[in-house]
Design a protein around this ligand. Structure first.
Ligand code: GDP
Length: 366
């Protein structure tokens, strides 16, 4: 016979039937908390890998920066924040010129020269065409074949986005990650055809314009404003029968540059010739950039310029967000469409219509 204690009525281990514990926390809050924790861990993980020089983590971080997914944006903000203390230690160089001038060939030669002296070079691109056509002037060629294979180089094609402002912001944030990853020379490439140069200028220390000999600047589609931004104009393809013309162009550009007002940096823009293919005149370009950084670091302009750029980007980000919020508010969207018709029919003046829409927006906000 069994011991009486084994009977379920006698056992000391008998469990009283309890009542179900009520949920004290909202389950969706737990899910959100877990998601945030996961994101934080994953962001921390990416940051520490970036800081250790891991290029795969760098690419992951930049992909998150480029993503439109709001979760990814939270994660990428955490990554940028984590990388910030390690950024800033670099020279940021903007390189521009019309398609065909030899930007990729130049960057390949220039980048190889720099890595051969122990530098770590990151190449980022801003391509305004990619945001419009999704095709890209910069991205689709087999470019910089040698540099791509270089252990000390990192090449990232242009981000695509809805607006140039968006693409430019992503590039600027990517610069922070590249610097935290140990890249000390950042090349930001852009096609010299329009507004993207202004965006690039607001993220680089030095602006280099590649040009060709034998074509007036109008023919090359280079706008006066872009010439004015240049710290250095390099006439590329100074080789073979082109050498003489390149030297003539150098004189012409020198004369043109002297007509521009003095730069706040105190730097006098220079003109040089080079052959990206024959790799002549390339080291001279680096010498000039070093001369520039030395001068502007001594005068403290270098730091001041970067601080101004930070302020510019803060305001740009606010502008971008306000505009996007305004134009994506459904009631405003439909009001704009209605008002457009009314303005077209002369039923209301454009200013009154604008005032009406703005009033509606701000009333909704308050
Ligand atoms: P990008 O569109 O500005 O990036 O120009 P690429 O680097 O793709 O060059 C356009 C063309 O110019 C290519 O066929 C290059 O081989 C050629 N090219 C580039 N640099 C030089 C150079 O220094 N000398 C000569 N002769 N041709 C060059």
């Amino acid at each position: 016979m069994d011991h009486p204690e084994k009977s379920k009525y006698k056992s000391a281990l008998k469990e009283n039937e309890g009542i179900e514990t009520p949920n004290t926390t909202n389950p969706s809050a737990i899910v959100r908390y877990q998601q945030r924790r996961k994101q934080k861990l994953s962001a921390q993980n990416i940051v520490s890998r970036i800081i250790s020089g891991d290029k795969v983590a760098l690419s992951q971080g930049i992909t998150l920066i480029e993503s439109l997914n709001p979760q990814h944006q939270i994660e990428s903000n955490a990554i940028i924040q984590g990388c910030l203390p390690y950024a800033n230690k670099s020279v940021r160089i903007g390189i521009t010129g019309v398609p065909g001038v030899g930007k990729s060939t130049f960057i390949e030669a220039f980048g190889k020269l720099l890595t051969s002296t122990g530098k770590k070079v990151a190449v980022l691109a801003i391509d305004p065409s990619s945001s419009i056509t999704r095709g890209s002037i910069l991205g689709d060629k087999t470019r910089m074949e040698e540099l791509v294979k270089d252990e000390n180089a990192y090449i990232r094609p242009s981000a695509s986005g809805d607006s140039l402002g968006g693409v430019a912001r992503k590039t600027r944030e990517s610069i922070i990650l590249c610097e935290a990853c140990g890249f000390d020379t950042i090349l930001v490439e852009t096609v010299g055809v329009g507004q993207s140069e202004t965006a690039v200028q607001s993220m680089v220390d030095f602006f280099l314009l590649l040009n060709l000999a034998g074509a007036g600047d109008e023919l090359q589609g280079i706008k006066r404003g872009i010439m004015e931004m240049a710290d250095l104009v390099v006439i590329n393809k100074a080789d073979g029968e082109n050498i003489k013309r390149a030297h003539q162009a150098k004189l012409d550009f020198n004369r043109a540059l002297h007509l521009f007002p003095a730069k706040p940096s105190g730097w006098t823009p220079k003109v040089r010739t080079c052959s990206a293919i024959e790799q002549t005149g390339i080291s001279e370009v680096w010498n000039i950039i070093e001369e520039y950084t030395q001068l502007t670091q001594e005068s403290k302009y270098f730091e001041m310029h970067r601080r101004e750029q930070n302020q510019y980007w803060m305001l740009e980000t606010i502008n971008e967000n306000i505009l996007s919020h305004f134009y994506n508010t459904p009631s405003i969207k439909s009001q704009i469409e209605d008002s457009k018709k009314a303005v077209q029919k002369n039923e209301i003046s454009p200013f009154a219509a604008a005032q009406k829409i703005l009033k509606m927006y701000f009333n909704q906000k308050s």
